[in-house]
Design a binder for this molecule. Structure first.
Ligand code: NAG
Ligand code: NAG
Ligand code: NAG
Ligand code: NAG
Ligand code: NAG
Length: 284
């Protein structure tokens, strides 16, 4: 039976920086959810979080992705839309903690009509994954900004929202940027000091065939040393993840060149994946 209800469209509280990095357009960030809903959202936009990011510590008992009762922090949930996995009555918990609403990611595609205690909606597993990725990307971007020396005041100028991010609430980023983007770049502050940076990246094997071996090839300009560890990635199954690190070193006197660009290429017999590496130096 299919019951039609009000369709709520949550527009994600898109941060300007995330838009710039992902080149996302508005449509890509609109997801439709279905539920019987008698609420009308009071605000046009809400901050979005999920169970993992709003957890009250790491040693809680219960499933944090499912937002189980007792796993969430009131401070991190208050006023936000909380994305949770699987329908298990999370609306009650989130309501108690002052959350603005909930988005429930279903385990499988179904037509669901279910009344929520708070503004709520169901989304398909596919859309749920997009929402999770989006939440992860904004958080890693905040970590990146913290690492770059931004503080809550300057991050607010960039993100434009009323929400204040405090760098102490985010796990410190690993490596030079703390991001998992294909490209790597550093902005070198002092032209007289040498270049030194480390990037950590994780890739997922989504190509054809389950077994595949990719080798790294680096093209770099004179004076910029790039090492990839390990320089071979062997995948044994689809969707397997592998991590590698890229170490950059360079001397200070590089003949006044302001932008140094290198290229890391992972290739197997059929495919190649390119990652540009850029080093910006101010002029002396
Ligand atoms: C979060 O954890 C602290 C310390 O364990 C506890 O005092 C507090 O009640 C918890 N908050 C919620 C909302 O469960
Ligand atoms: C948490 O709950 C979700 C939804 O029911 C489920 O898909 C996931 O496997 C659970 N995770 C753990 C660690 O039990
Ligand atoms: C989001 O990040 C968490 C850990 O930070 C990870 O376990 C999860 O797989 C990520 N989800 C997606 C969809 O990228
Ligand atoms: C944040 O950084 C700006 C610019 O560096 C500085 O003027 C401001 O005092 C800092 N604010 C806080 C709260 O540390
Ligand atoms: C770099 O070295 C030059 C020449 O010694 C000096 O004039 C300049 O002030 C130095 N720049 C910085 C940012 O330290």
């Amino acid at each position: 039976m299919k019951i039609s209800g009000k369709v709520l469209v949550f527009v994600f509280n898109l941060h300007l920086v995330a838009t710039l990095i992902h080149g996302a357009n508005k449509n890509e960030n609109e997801r439709k959810g279905i539920s019987i809903n008698t609420f009308s959202p009071r605000k046009h936009m809400y901050s979005l979080t999920n169970g993992a990011h709003a957890a009250n510590g790491t040693d809680t008992f219960g499933n944090i992705s499912a937002c189980d009762s007792g796993t969430l922090s009131e401070k991190k949930v208050k006023g936000k839309l909380v994305y949770c996995l699987g329908n298990s009555g999370q609306d009650y918990t989130i309501d108690e903690l002052g959350g603005a609403g909930t988005i429930i990611g279903l385990d499988e595609e179904t037509d669901v009509a279910f009344p929520f205690l708070i503004p709520g909606t169901f989304v398909s597993p596919k859309d749920g994954k997009k929402i999770d990725q989006y939440i992860n990307s904004t958080n890693s971007y905040i970590r990146f900004l913290c690492k770059e020396g931004y503080n809550s005041t300057t991050i607010a100028l960039l993100t434009g929202g009323k929400h204040r991010y405090s760098c102490s609430n985010f796990k410190p980023a690993q490596g030079t940027d703390g991001l998992n983007y294909p490209s790597m770049h550093i902005q070198h502050k002092n032209p007289n000091s040498s270049i030194s940076a480390v990037f950590y990246r994780t890739v997922t094997h989504v190509g054809h065939g389950s077994k595949s071996v990719f080798k790294a090839t680096v093209t770099s300009p004179k004076g910029l040393y790039v090492k990839v560890i390990p320089d071979t990635l062997s995948f044994h199954r689809l969707y397997q993840k592998k991590s590698f690190k890229v170490v950059l070193k360079g001397s200070s006197s590089l003949g006044g060149t302001r932008i140094l660009s290198a290229l890391l290429e992972w290739s197997n017999s059929r495919h190649s994946v390119k990652s540009p590496i850029l080093v910006y130096r101010p002029s002396t």
